[in-house]
Design a protein around this ligand. Structure first.
Ligand code: FEO
Length: 394
């Protein structure tokens, strides 16, 4: 695909990675991704905003060749992670006169990760501007989206915000702009859940900061460009500011059916009381779907059998993820079964220390659940429905 112009002399020159299925050897990418890089030709100077993952650097260089770019003055490094910075050394090789523009913190990380000589990097302060002649770049510090060194770049004359990872989506598509809002909402929510959610408080501040800017286009470094920026800004406002919803997330594992029986009973009991439940069998679930469900949920119930005196390892992994992702959860409980003993509740509770939640009375059944266990599950469902009502979620 050839470079595409999103505004006069502002080109999308990045790469689409249709087949990538895992990011950071951790995050599933069901829809691939893209590494968006942008070239801005001012009347006097030319700037490249972010580069691409090193595996696709030939695509970037081909795009620059197709545009006949003989000279680049500045490479703007909004973020030092290698999927955006990894091709900067190649760009500097091709355009040896170019200087890298970065925050002071980013300068150090670029030197550490990519061994870019420090004298090639010019640091900028918050809200500093850089003239390209008839186009002006303004740099907006935005630490912790999702590394400490990040900034956003704003192109004043064209009212384009280049936020790198922020507002992005792992979505490979030939569409330059968002055409299917449902598909992009899903992909950007997944992206937010997996990468941005732990930094909700920082993002709140950044959203307030960019309210001062007139923005016609948001051009992130993953996924399609937003020519109607209110779509993604509204979604982010909802994810980072709003209260959680009347939703229970229920990740669980069942080895021989006892925990599954409890899960089925509790799901029915909650549904009867008007609570939405999202149930995930951790033996088969896409962990990204679980992360997305945690964005809006008020309560998480973890279902697990006792294995070697503690929770099943898949459950421990899900608890670890929920703990590091820091969702807006208000309540947590644990249900499950055991054969002869164990410390499942204490161990799981200890894994959730980041979460500011109330632990509701767990329900553990010795062997297959019986009448007293079902009664306890009814009580748990009743408590959850009541607590959600008290918080005016319903
Ligand atoms: Fe898309 Fe933090 O890299």
């Amino acid at each position: 695909m050839r470079p595409r112009e999103i505004r006069p002399r502002v080109y999308c020159v990045g790469a689409i990675d249709w087949d990538r299925r895992l990011f950071d050897a951790l995050i599933p990418l069901p829809d691939g991704t893209s590494y968006n890089s942008y070239l801005i030709k001012g009347s006097e100077k030319t700037a490249l905003i972010d580069s691409v993952d090193p595996t696709t650097q030939d695509v970037l260089i081909n795009h620059l060749n197709q545009l006949g770019i003989k000279n680049i003055d500045y490479v703007i490094a909004n973020h030092a992670e290698q999927d955006h910075s990894g091709a900067i050394p190649r760009a500097l090789e091709k355009y040896p006169q170019a200087k890298v523009i970065a925050t002071p913190k980013c300068k150090g990380v670029l030197a550490d990760l990519l061994m870019i000589p420090e004298d090639k990097i010019i640091t900028v302060s918050d809200k500093e501007t850089l003239s390209l002649g008839d186009k002006t770049l303004e740099f907006i510090y935005a630490s912790w989206v999702h590394w400490p060194e990040t900034m956003l770049t704003y192109l004043r004359e064209d009212k384009i915000l280049f936020p790198c990872d922020l507002f992005g989506s792992h979505l490979a598509t030939t569409d330059l702009y968002v055409t299917d809002e449902g598909q992009v909402y899903e992909a950007s929510k997944r992206y937010y859940a997996e990468i941005m959610m732990p930094f909700r408080t920082s993002i709140q501040k950044h959203l307030e900061k960019i309210e001062d800017y007139a923005i016609d286009i948001i051009a992130p470094s993953h996924g399609p460009v937003y020519d109607k920026p209110e779509f993604i800004l509204k979604a982010y406002h909802n994810w980072v500011f709003d209260e959680p919803k009347n939703i229970v997330v229920l990740p669980y594992i069942s080895m021989h059916g006892s925990t599954r029986k409890m899960v089925e009973y509790l799901v029915e009991a909650l549904t009867q009381r008007g609570v939405t439940v999202k149930q995930f069998d951790l033996a088969v679930t896409d962990i990204g779907k679980l992360a997305m469900a945690l964005v809006d949920a008020a309560t998480m119930i973890i279902g697990t059998p006792t294995v070697l005196t503690g929770p099943h390892p898949n459950v421990a992994y899900a608890a670890f993820l929920a703990n590091v992702l820091r969702p807006k959860l208000k309540f947590v409980s644990i249900i499950g079964s055991y054969g002869w003993g164990g410390r499942t509740v204490e161990q799981l509770a200890g894994m959730l220390s980041n979460l500011k939640v109330e632990l509701l009375e767990p329900v553990l059944s010795k062997g297959f659940p019986r009448e007293a266990d079902f009664k306890a599950l009814d009580n748990l469902a009743e408590t959850i429905a009541k607590k959600h009502k008290e918080l005016n979620f319903v």
